[in-house]
Design a protein around this ligand. Sequence first.
Ligand SMILES: *Cc1c(COP(=O)(O)O)cnc(C)c1O
Ligand SMILES: [Zn+2]
Length: 414
Amino acid sequence: MKQLRCRECGRLREFEPAYVCEHCFGPLEVAYDLATIRERVSRESIARGPNTIWRYRELLPAPKGEPIDLGTGFTPLVKARNLGKVLGLDNLYLKNDTLNPTGSFKDRNVAVATNFARSYGFDTLSCSSTGNLAGSVAAYAARAGMRALVFIPADLEPGKVGAASAYGATVVEVNGTYDDVNRLCVELADLYGWAIVNVNLRPFYSEGSKTLAFEVVEQLGWRAPDHLVVPVAAGSLLAKTAKAFQELVGVGLLERASTRIHAAQAEGCAPVSTAIQQGRDQVTPVRPNSIAKSLAIGNPADGRYAARAVRASGGWGTACREHAVQEGMALLAETEGILSEPAGGVVVAGLKELVATGRVRREETVVICITGSGLKTTELFEVRDGHRLHLAKPRAAEFEQVLAEAEKAPAVFA
Ligand SMILES: *Cc1c(COP(=O)(O)O)cnc(C)c1O
Ligand SMILES: [Zn+2]
């Protein structure tokens, strides 16, 4: 039912731990016998499944028995009336992936990769990470009783490094960019028999990304949204979102894959959005310098598949100003009560641009992916003038005076 297919030459091969095509060195991906799966799945059979990514196990590289799990997936799709009002949208939804077990959508990828690694006898889980992946690998390794060794650039947010080490992983900080770290991990994959989830297990790891799109469609009542705005780092989430829509059509769960998929990046690292804006699939690497560290991949592994998917869907690529990232985070928190890390700010800022340029219209159904929790990046939250009051003495009279003073301050989002 499952095979591996080369994304370049299209050759099929046996389903096994492999990631590079023997013929053309292209990357491999998992291919499914959709006609057979079509006979086995229905909206009802999926609804009877667990409230996790494993409800879609027929369309995942799933293990035979019960998967090792932390409860990843089936996160809320919430209607964002307040944010919609500010942005001029009547049907805006947020896919709140901050609510995954370790606070980011990477749990989807790691849940799949961990189970694959266990069934093929790997004992060490590893990754090159911009922060969230490290925490997820560490947590899943703890759950699976495996050793975890995670590689990160040395300048990450302390909350992300701390989380990974709290789960018991060995954290290897490398002087250099993410792209340097990743190159090192490609070398290590040949030297050690580890499951480096986003390197030698990449075909299986990246399949987990599809579950976000599966859920969006199911949660909209088996309808595809008009627009989906996706933050882009290596481009796996975005490229696999397109694959997810196609597979849902292939198994008869969705009528048409009509969603326009938009890539959201920040100016300080926007190689994929730049390619899209220039009408190319070929991505020119950049040296990242962005507050959105989780998205700071200058040479994205799936960049060209992401650019191609966006262009084929009729979507666009945004590259918001760096200062707009924190504004987007604040707007999301203050309108919808969702605390996001910079990736969410990038998406909100990108959506703002898509509306301003007329690419997204008021009545259309729009879903934006909020992929990481702000609880790991609290150093980025500033207390605004007039939003923190200090009482020298615990007296009501003093409070009244201080409050009156503060309320003279201008509103934040007027
Ligand atoms: C990794 C990450 C992304 C982007 O994922 P890719 O699949 O590498 O493009 C988006 N948001 C957050 C919070 C992430 O950690
Ligand atoms: Zn090939």
